[in-house]
Design a protein around this ligand. Structure first.
Ligand code: HEM
Length: 449
């Protein structure tokens, strides 16, 4: 049955993730977290983990449960384990939030223990999800191009959480951690593993697959693609291992070179994305593919920003981190949800009757004219926030955050309307045949547009 190839808990992951995204933006706009308070304030740490775990990680895991089987041409395998993993992450994240608030004196200091305990539950949720996804990868050896990024990304997901727990222990039970420097060195490795290893590599892999499909561009990326994967994934792994070795007192040279290789791989990815868009066969792009361009531009600016920070100025860390989370990762996530949610809805609603009767197109479930301005508002507000951050104008930055919060709410509303059990107008209906499938593992292969 077509309907059965929809991963059952993916939509729940998406709604949960969006709720955390809204909550974190509200905290920032209302001055509870950065930029109104320090980047390292406990309330900022709380908001950062709402974003990194609650929003982006949950979104990516939900999407991977659906799309990793597509990338690897395997059957969807995540059943109840996807729900168990999500529950563990949610309860664990609540514990971590309590721990961060205890750090800031908002909750009693005894709640600090919730930080490593919550982190352990989050890790358990990540392990549960990764085990299922790793099984899919294992059955697909040798891995297809885009799945290589995901395999490395999942490894970094577990490393990030494990390092977070160690840092949480340093805060809650310093006597239990025999390495006093775990916090300072661990912090950088935690960031490298989480922001580059997990988020960026996975987003790169999934975007290669999705954007080539949505733009009808060649998926085979040739030598450039191979160079992207070797440099970005290899460079990140090497930099992380060297960093760990150095932290453990084994002096290993080459960290800068490894980071440089990773940066070169990312730069090449951006160039390759430009090639991909240029080589597309679909001339008129849908909103989700048009709206993938600003995140890629934001990613390019972040790369230059990271180089500037490495060379000279730490003052840019806040604005560049903001652009990275809201422009690149969240922007890409929101824009692709605008295709994925209608698609999954369409599949659940019409999958059973395909070939037997006329059905609407996936795009008939959304109203691009109505929603386009909200996407532009989102990206314009992020750009304004970034510029305000660069010049240190905090009030304007918060207003910009309030503007992209509004845009997010309107995009969430658009996604919610897609799920309403109301049949869309059938005026533009087209008969759909098996040749239209391929975003999911259909028996016949092919592509859904
Ligand atoms: C996908 C998973 C995660 C990502 C991407 C992530 C990302 C981050 C980021 C970006 C920061 C810097 C925040 C700032 O300076 O404002 C941070 C700090 C921190 N994270 Fe995580 N994190 C993750 C999971 C965890 C987990 C599971 C724990 C466990 C308790 C944890 C504990 C911490 C702690 C204690 C800090 C503060 C360290 C310090 O201030 O020295 N993280 N994390």
């Amino acid at each position: 049955m077509f309907g059965s190839v929809v991963s059952r808990w993916t939509m729940l992951h998406f709604w949960t993730a969006l709720a955390f995204f809204v909550l974190a933006q509200a905290e920032m706009a209302f001055g509870i977290a950065y930029p109104a308070v320090s980047l390292f304030a406990p309330t900022t740490l709380a908001a950062v983990h709402l974003l990194t775990i609650g929003w982006i990680s949950v979104l990516m895991l939900g999407a991977l449960h659906q799309f990793l089987p597509v990338i690897t041409a395997q059957r969807i395998v995540a059943g109840r384990s996807a729900l168990i993993s999500l529950m563990a992450i949610l309860v664990g994240l609540a514990g971590m939030e309590a721990g961060f608030l205890a750090m800031g004196g908002v909750l009693p200091i005894t709640c600090l223990a919730c930080l490593p305990i919550g982190g352990t539950l989050v890790l358990a949720g990540f392990v549960t999800a990764s085990a299922v996804l790793a099984r899919v990868l294992w059955r697909t050896r040798p891995l297809p191009f885009s799945a290589c990024f995901v395999a490395v990304g999942l490894g970094f997901l577990l490393i990030t959480a494990a390092m977070g727990i160690v840092m949480g222990l340093v805060f809650a039970y310093p006597d239990l951690v025999p390495w006093p420097e775990a916090l300072s060195t661990g912090f950088h490795l935690h960031l490298l593993a989480g922001l580059v290893g997990w988020f960026t590599l996975t987003a790169m892999g999934v975007s290669y697959r999705l954007l080539s499909m949505f733009t009808l561009a060649p998926e085979e990326r040739g030598t450039i693609g191979t160079a992207v994967v070797v440099l970005s994934a290899g460079g990140t792994v090497a930099a992380w291992l060297i960093g760990l070795g150095n932290a453990a007192g084994v002096a290993i040279p080459g960290e800068t070179a490894a980071l440089g290789a990773a940066a070169a791989g990312i730069a090449l990815y951006i160039v390759d994305m430009v090639r991909l868009y240029r080589a597309r066969r679909r001339r008129k792009l849908e909103l989700n593919t048009v709206m993938a361009v600003p995140p890629l531009a934001a990613f390019a600016i972040c790369l230059m920003g990271a180089l500037a920070i490495a060379a000279a100025d730490d003052a840019f860390i806040g604005p560049v981190g903001y652009l990275f989370i809201f422009g690149w990762l969240s922007g890409l996530g929101l824009s692709q949800l605008y295709k994925i949610v209608p698609f999954l809805t369409w599949l659940q609603r019409y999958g059973q009757v395909l070939g037997k009767q006329d059905v609407p197109r996936v795009q008939d479930l959304v109203d691009e004219r109505r929603d386009r301005p909200w996407f532009w508002l989102y990206f314009a507000a992020v750009a304004l926030g970034f510029l305000a951050g660069l010049v240190g104008w905090t009030l304007l930055w918060r207003l910009a955050i309030a503007a992209h919060l509004t845009a997010t709410l309107m995009i969430v509303r658009a996604l919610w309307l897609v799920r309403r059990p109301k049949a869309p107008a059938m005026g533009r209906q087209k008969p759909m045949g098996p040749r239209h499938f391929g975003i999911l593992p259909y028996p016949h292969g092919g592509t859904v547009r």
